[in-house]
Design a protein around this ligand. Sequence first.
Ligand code: HEM
Length: 472
Amino acid sequence: RPKNFPPGPTPLPIFGTIFSLSLQNPLKDFERLRKHYGDVYSLFIGPTPVVVINGLQAMKEALVTKGADFAGRPQDRMVNDVTERKGVILADYGPAWREHRRFALMTLKNFGLGKQTMEERILGEIQHIMEPLEKSVGKTLSPRIMFHNAASNIICQVLFGTRYKYDDEFIKLIVRFFTENAKIINGPWATLYDSLPMIRHLPLPFKKVFENYESCQKLASPLLTEHKKTRVPGKPRDLLDCYLDELDKVGDEGSSFSESQLISYALDIYFAGTDTTSNTLLTGFLYLMTHPHIQERCQQEIDCVLDGKDQASFEDRHKMPYIQAVIHEMQRIANTVPLSVPHCTTNDTELMGYSIPKGTLIIPNLTSVLSEEGQWKFPHEFNPENFLNDQGEFVKPEAFLPFSAGPRMCLGEGLARMELFLILVTLLRKFKFIWPEDAGEPDYTPVFGVTLTPKPYCMKVQLRAEGELCVN
Ligand code: HEM
């Protein structure tokens, strides 16, 4: 360890400290190491030092106060080789990342893209979720594919101006490739790839990740060809058109925008916007079914606020403090991106008195903040009171960081919050969701990955009478 570097377990030659962590799910080990070494400690992936940041105080100092120092992304890991260092999520801190991030934020904010607003698109997609639910009244259904496809279609409309049927081959393949890759990227083969550069060219199971990513690019590239044929310059229908307009403006030279970037960039936003939102919904509905009194209180608030209205609007959230608290609590407990996305220091810097050299890999352990004792009234249970004050008003504690913080913070937060609100309110208004009698005890332990996923479960669906819980 360099001088004054954060402490941690003693590394072994070649393997570093990988034996200190369970490769299946290291979250408990991270917690154990925090108790032993403090909020900032270090590990070694092979010979590479890694600093793990825990707790609100250290997280704020790194990601916000010293945001620029901690806003890099490592460039020498398997995922970088797979994506050929294109796209936005894994781009290093610098002009190309900044321009692509700004462009995505601007395009997402420009809700008026085409004719529909973002809210209309989401409400339109919700109608497609209603169908399988209505067919399942009185029966049980597994909600995984339904939520995944809904989130996927919302982002596909923004990116490509199109939605896909829930059994469309294109989406099924993309989802399969991404799911397989997410598993391998988090598994032991990726750790070996990162630790031992000499094995990178061998025909080992990690080759599959490269093949899958290439297949995704091949699947998405006809969309670009079709857009180039049918677009009207200056009248963008979606993000692809906006990007092509931008290319017309800036040209290829001296700009970070290029056609070869575009597919990877779109796939990045697709991936970031699908798995996250759908897993949050899956976790949320699991807890709402097993906490029926919380579900009922949500329905009471919805019935009263939407009394006589056709459908919910995002503005209604201001009149629904309890729903707001429940959605935030769903996100806190879902802990959807438990270790954020790895960062990297861009300068020699300091954190909580330790020295951290430029180029050090950083893991922001968001899990440690979302359940940190002292920050929450009920850190270890599902309880919307975590977000309500004594007057029943919605309040958001500083430790609510599921989207991370600072310059690299999630750029889809606005879209994700709109989706979560409109989907939850619309479904709870019409249906009651029940944990099936024959399903046994619910298992809340998630499956570890880049995103945490609840174990597969089924829900029983009942129709509700309109406004049945409104006492006014
Ligand atoms: C509940 C839903 C979501 C959660 C919990 C979530 C969480 C996160 C987290 C923790 C990061 C890493 C931030 C960091 O490195 O410090 C991130 C990055 C990112 N998210 Fe999300 N996200 C969600 C939804 C979305 C959606 C809907 C989109 C797309 C519109 C999106 C696009 C991105 C992108 C592009 C990045 C990379 C930003 C950068 O590197 O500058 N996310 N998200």
